[in-house]
Design a protein around this ligand. Structure first.
Ligand code: 26W
Length: 810
């Protein structure tokens, strides 16, 4: 057994060999690379276990309020490297592994990452878990242990192909199953009422299906602190007793079939972001994990010997978007139906417990459930929601008598046509705080989708700008830069980014530091170039500028605007072969929702333009385009540190915050961006002269949409833009086929809600400015250093601290 006190290379080696022998029953000479990985992972896990073990005591015996972070997604990324850095034992383990004849880098690279999230929202949950552990705040993350996470993306003939993500196939050494930590979750059936002993009428839910939820725990280590928090993910299992009647009636096969059905609940992550699919399985997933989590909290609360009436004093539940908002009705049910609380007291506890974070303003992303589906799956919760709504609307009526429009707009039930349950309204009514994820977003939230709520209860609204963990996004992914900064300002900055990183600013004019920053960037670019060549066969030149846009593919994020710029440069060179252009490599990465045809077409366009540009001799040494397949946490750790330019070009008002923008800036990329989401604050922090701003403001966007956007007018007065669109239309990027990109052109020219053509010229001009500045090496590097040094605000440590001060103190 490896002890914390003795972490010499020798004892680490012995522990790895012991794990290989005793946990895996493998002789070293027959061990596969994966066996070695597992043996190392188990060794590291055993080091976490003592903190883990101690943490459980703190949580059950202290008086602290525990944060329960409820999220349908946790995009953790690989564990091994992060935990080695967190424990501060990377170099010893590296030596031990080398002496055992293995390469730690290879073992790290081979880890299957848990991709239990789509994008920003899921990754944010992971960063916050890490920061809460680092701050030694007691927290539990609750979610779903999807058997298949986000699909693996292949690119075939330039198009996205989705493959299942079998991340558990070779086992998962980081989790501990808790088969005794189980809860039953009911679905469907009907509700009856009965009179209890004291003469009160109470509801009795008679479900027609019961599923078992089993806990799987993963430790989340704090950076260089003896603290581990728990990520508790639920796996759905069949509940055999429930099917006993069927077994008994001789329907063995049917009963087993029903049991298989139950297990489907935690089978696969829905791959959509920003677009809801009204699928019943998704509602089942949400209720399943939320019910398990709340039952677990009640049990832990009782273990701490606290009265249920004090539940809110010991728990702060944060809703990561509306996905877990059914929890509000579920806690009411547990208090009123199961524990016989009076409605008012239960409601008071519930509202003091919950808080809601909104992550999107896009109407198509706001969850609402068709009433019939909801009624069939969760009949008792619907009754509870009706009662919550009735009481809420009574209050509204008192405040605004006779204003029926307002009532209809505020109601939890949408009755304007087919009826729906509006989950954002449930979340807003049942929470004591509501926050957006960047200043601009929080303002727009109050002005648009939550306007009536903000008028009614302005004190509920607040902002917490997103943040990212500098441990994973700097120490793990950019060791070169980490080392340089530490050599200049000491090693406190990784734990106190906001306080300390600014001291690196003093090096901005130091030519030696500038040279070092440039060398590190160059090495990172070579590392990315190798990955690009390995995965795409495309050779890119690390001497060229790396212009990078990686994020989910979505029209509002406007990857196609980026492509229009590439084609513009292509055209210019074609017209004038001697033209001086800054050599650029355009790097893209990101997944499209499998059902989102336009996003998939954008991927095709990127690859199609890449194919033409990359093989054209006239472009050689000037333009290259690469689409990195399967953008995920692991690949992204090679991308952010290698970027010169960060593309944050969403239509103003559409990107709630963005978090990739922060990772790029922290790693020394300069940003070209609109005044959207957290870009606004990044620009404020790094200084406007150090940020490439273009495009309409959110206000101008609103006005243009209101007054009528006529994209063809922009084409009419802009011949270069006309040529670019014509070239796509001519089939130049589709082997002469003029149909392929027609839907995309049709959208750009006729009904594009994201105003791509309106921002085109401003974007192209701004890119010209970028090229100019990049040619001035010193100036660029100086600006890069300022971007790094002034990114401290965007640490997730700052963000969770703000959550604690503004929201979780109650
Ligand atoms: C099922 C529909 C669905 C699924 C996921 C709708 C919306 C989502 C998420 C809210 C999508 C998401 O990840 N949003 C991103 O959240 C980040 C963290 O706050 C922000 O930085 C991004 O701007 C926002 O797009």
């Amino acid at each position: 057994m490896l002890a914390q006190q003795d972490l010499s290379v020798e004892s680490i080696k012995q522990a790895i060999l012991d794990n290989l022998a005793l946990a895996l029953a493998r002789q070293p000479r027959y061990a596969t690379r994966h066996d070695w990985y597992t043996a190392v992972a188990l060794t590291v896990r055993s080091l976490l276990a003592s903190y883990w073990y101690a943490g459980t005591n703190v949580r059950t015996e202290d008086r602290v309020r525990v944060v329960a972070y409820l999220s349908a997604e946790f995009l953790l990324g690989p564990h091994l490297h992060n935990n080695l850095v967190g424990l501060g034992i990377y170099s010893q383990v590296e030596r031990a592994v080398t002496e055992l004849g293995q390469d730690l880098g290879d073992l790290i690279w081979d880890e299957q990452e848990p991709g239990l999230g789509n994008g920003g929202l899921g990754r944010l949950a992971a960063c916050y878990m890490e920061s809460m552990a680092t701050q030694q705040m007691a927290a539990i993350g609750y979610g779903i242990r999807y058997e298949f996470g986000i699909f693996r993306q292949l690119i075939r003939d330039g198009a996205q192909v989705e493959m299942t993500d079998e991340w558990l196939r070779l086992g998962n050494p980081w989790e501990i199953a808790r088969p005794e930590n189980v809860y039953l979750v009911q679905f469907g059936g009907s509700v009856e009422s009965y009179t209890d002993d004291s003469g009160s009428v109470r509801a009795l839910w008679l479900p027609d299906r019961i599923v078992r939820g089993v806990a799987y725990d993963t430790p989340v280590l704090g950076y260089r602190v003896p603290w581990v928090n728990l990520l508790r993910l639920w796996r759905a299992q069949a509940h055999e007793e429930f099917n006993f009647q069927q077994f008994n009636a001789g329907n063995y096969y049917g009963a087993v079939e029903d049991m298989v059905q139950s297990e489907n609940i935690s089978k696969v992550l829905y791959p959509n972001d920003e677009q809801v699919e009204g699928k019943i399985l998704r509602l089942e997933q949400q209720y399943f994990f939320v019910s398990c989590s709340l039952q677990d909290m009640l049990r832990l609360h009782q273990l701490r010997r606290r009265a249920l009436a004090e539940f809110h004093k010991y728990w702060a539940i944060q809703l990561n978007d509306t996905h877990p908002s059914i929890g509000i009705a579920e806690l009411m049910r547990l208090l009123v139906d199961v524990n016989q609380f009076a409605w008012n007291e239960a409601w008071d506890i519930t509202r003091r417990t919950f808080a809601y974070t909104n992550h999107t303003l896009l109407p198509e992303a706001l969850e609402k459930w068709p009433l019939p589906i909801f009624a069939r799956l969760l009949p008792r919760h619907l009754e509870i929601i009706y009662e919550i709504n009735r009481r809420f609307l009574d209050q509204v009526r008192e405040r605004a008598p006779g204003d029926d429009g307002r009532l209809a707009r505020l109601s939890i039930i949408d009755e304007s046509g087919d009826k729906f349950v509006r989950m954002a309204h449930l979340a807003a009514v049942g929470s004591h705080k509501i926050n957006g994820v960047a200043e601009l977003h929080s303002e727009l939230l109050k002005e648009t989708v939550m306007r009536d709520f903000a008028e009614l209860q302005p004190e509920k609204f607040t902002n917490v700008t997103n943040g990212v963990t500098p441990r994973r996004w700097m120490a793990v992914s950019n060791p070169g830069l980490t080392y340089l900064i530490t050599s200049k300002i000491g090693d406190g900055w990784l734990s106190h980014l906001e306080r300390d990183l600014r001291r690196f600013e003093e090096c901005a004019d130091d030519e030696e530091v500038q040279d070092a920053v440039r060398l590190i960037k160059y090495a990172n670019k070579r590392r990315l170039a190798e990955m690009i060549e390995r995965t795409t066969r495309i050779k890119v030149n690390p001497e060229s500028m790396f212009d990078v846009q990686t994020k989910r593919i979505h029209e509002y994020k406007r990857q196609h605007l980026n492509v229009l710029h590439i084609i513009t440069l292509y055209e210019r060179i074609k017209h004038d072969p001697g033209l001086e252009v800054l050599p650029r490599t355009f790097v893209f990465g990101g997944k499209a929702a499998p059902g989102y045809a336009m996003a998939k077409l954008i991927i095709k366009l990127i690859n199609a333009v890449g194919e033409v540009v990359n093989q054209d001799p006239a472009m050689r040494g000037r333009l290259k385009v690469a689409f990195v397949p399967d953008f995920n946490v692991k690949t992204s750790q090679h991308i952010y540190p290698a970027a010169d330019l960060s593309e944050q070009i969403s239509t103003a008002g559409k990107e709630a915050s963005g978090t990739g923008n922060m990772k790029f800036s922290l790693n020394g990329a300069l940003t070209i961006g609109t005044l959207d989401g957290a870009n606004v604050e990044i620009r404020q922090e790094v200084g406007e002269e150090n940020f490439f701003l273009f495009g309409m403001t959110a206000e101008q966007v609103q006005a243009l949409v209101r007054d009528g956007y006529h994209p063809r007018e922009y084409v009419a007065k802009n011949p270069e833009l006309g040529e670019v669109l014509n070239l796509i239309e001519s089939g130049a990027f589709s082997r002469g086929d003029r149909q392929t990109f027609k839907p995309l052109l049709d959208s750009l020219l006729n009904h594009d809600p994201f105003l791509v053509l309106a921002d085109y010229q401003s974007y192209v001009n701004c890119q010209g400015e970028v090229s100019k500045v990049y040619r001035d090496e010193r100036r660029w590097t100086r600006t890069s250093i300022l971007n790094i040094a002034r990114s401290g605000k965007f640490s997730s440590d700052r963000a969770v601290h703000e959550y604690r001060e503004k929201i979780w103190r109650g």
